[in-house]
Design a protein around this ligand. Structure first.
Ligand SMILES: Cc1cc2nc3c(=O)[nH]c(=O)nc-3n(C[C@H](O)[C@H](O)[C@H](O)COP(=O)(O)OP(=O)(O)OC[C@H]3O[C@@H](n4cnc5c(N)ncnc54)[C@H](O)[C@@H]3O)c2cc1C
Ligand code: SF4
Length: 330
């Protein structure tokens, strides 16, 4: 690991200023950043430790939603009574990620910004456009079993790894940030992540020194909340395909609410409202599900080893819709 300066921040604006110089970085739980530093994939010259800031509260909003401090740990957020009661999809998605020890340390803000688990990204001696722009993408003709089938470009096909962010995308979360000049802004999660296109090293719209301070959730959406994660091992593994869902149906079995966001298949948490619109008002029969899956996967492209994700995603969608309807029926 290369030498770096370390600053423990006690106030927001000085923290953002300290992190706005080139080569500086915030550190939350450190569960991703420190690994990347050990491999010298990230080599910050200064770490700004934000863990002492007053960003550890989960509070109700006037609108009836929740405002979550960026330093709330993943464990505390998953176990928060309001989250369990009103946003169980979020609690389940967080608990499907990593391990208890990691979740105890990892922060909400840091979870949004964890880097991809692409094999070549973690190999410092390998080309990788995300790590070293212009060097190439060996994944495209290489080890790509876990990588994305949607939102890819000829420059990068890395999947977004976070389970929590998939549920946040489903719930239409908004991120509150603060910049080095003291100004704040709100960024809808649908606008937060960037597609790789020809700049895969730029992953979000955050500016230098801009800190995520809070996450705002709108009021709860009624319906069955689920998070399904298909992975190689029962725990301690990233998603091959995952799906956060909130689904409801009326007494005739007609779908009235369908919200779906997918992990493991996209270069960012993947949601396509046209898929949801195609299912609402239907009885969720096989032709309806096939039609919706066709919309979801219209632009999907497998890269060889990960072709199976296209079929797996179809099957997962079918399982979730049918299970929700069966539960309503019971
Ligand atoms: C073995 C292992 C297995 C895992 N499995 C899973 C899994 O199955 N599913 C899953 O979702 N995750 C998994 N993870 C990833 C884990 O969830 C992340 O490492 C963690 O959420 C990152 O949070 P952190 O607070 O530790 O971030 P850090 O490592 O501290 O920071 C990550 C990045 O975010 C930046 N940052 C941190 N906080 C802020 C902020 N408030 N504002 C702006 N920038 C900020 C940092 O500068 C850094 O670039 C796994 C990790 C490991 C090591
Ligand atoms: S998929 Fe992206 S992260 Fe992986 S090697 Fe290619 S450019 Fe790098």
């Amino acid at each position: 690991m290369k030498r770096f300066d370390y600053v423990r921040a006690s106030e927001l604006t000085p923290a953002c200023k300290a992190a706005s110089v080139e080569g500086a970085a915030f550190i939350g739980g450190g569960t991703n950043l420190l690994d990347l530093m050990k491999f010298e994939i990230e080599t910050p010259i200064k770490l700004v430790d934000i863990t002492q800031l007053e960003l550890k509260q989960v509070e109700p909003t006037v609108a009836g939603g929740l405002r979550i401090g960026a330093l709330v740990t993943n464990s505390d957020l998953a176990a928060h009574p309001s989250v369990i009661e009103n946003y169980p999809v979020l609690s389940r998605a967080i608990l499907a990620g990593a391990t208890g020890q990691l979740r105890n340390k990892a922060t909400t803000g840091g979870n949004f910004l964890q880097r991809t688990r692409c094999y070549y990204f973690y190999q410092p001696d390998s080309p990788c456009n995300k790590r070293n722009p212009g060097s190439g993408c060996p994944s495209i003709n290489g080890e790509n079993r876990s990588l994305a089938i949607l939102g890819t470009s000829e420059h990068c096909i890395a999947q977004h790894p976070s389970d929590m962010a998939v549920a946040m995308r489903l719930l239409d979360a908004t991120l509150e940030t603060q910049k080095a000049d003291g100004s704040t802004r709100q960024i809808a999660i649908k606008d937060f992540y960037q597609l790789p296109k020809d700049t895969p090293h730029i992953e979000t719209v955050l500016e230098a020194g801009e800190m995520i301070t809070h996450i705002i959730l709108p009021p709860q959406t009624a319906g069955m909340h689920t998070y399904d994660k298909i992975r190689d091992r029962a725990s301690y593994a990233f998603a091959l395909v995952s799906c956060a869902a909130v689904i409801d149906a009326d007494e005739t079995g007609t779908l009235t609410t369908v919200r779906l966001a997918f992990g493991g298949i996209g270069t960012q948490p993947w949601r396509n409202e046209a898929v949801e619109d195609a299912l609402v008002g239907t009885k969720g029969g096989i032709p309806d599900i096939v039609h919706a899956a066709n919309i979801l996967l219209e632009q999907a492209q497998g890269w060889g080893q990960n072709d199976f994700k296209i079929t797996l995603t179809r099957r997962l969608l079918k399982q979730i819709i049918q299970r929700a309807l069966a539960a309503k029926d019971a």
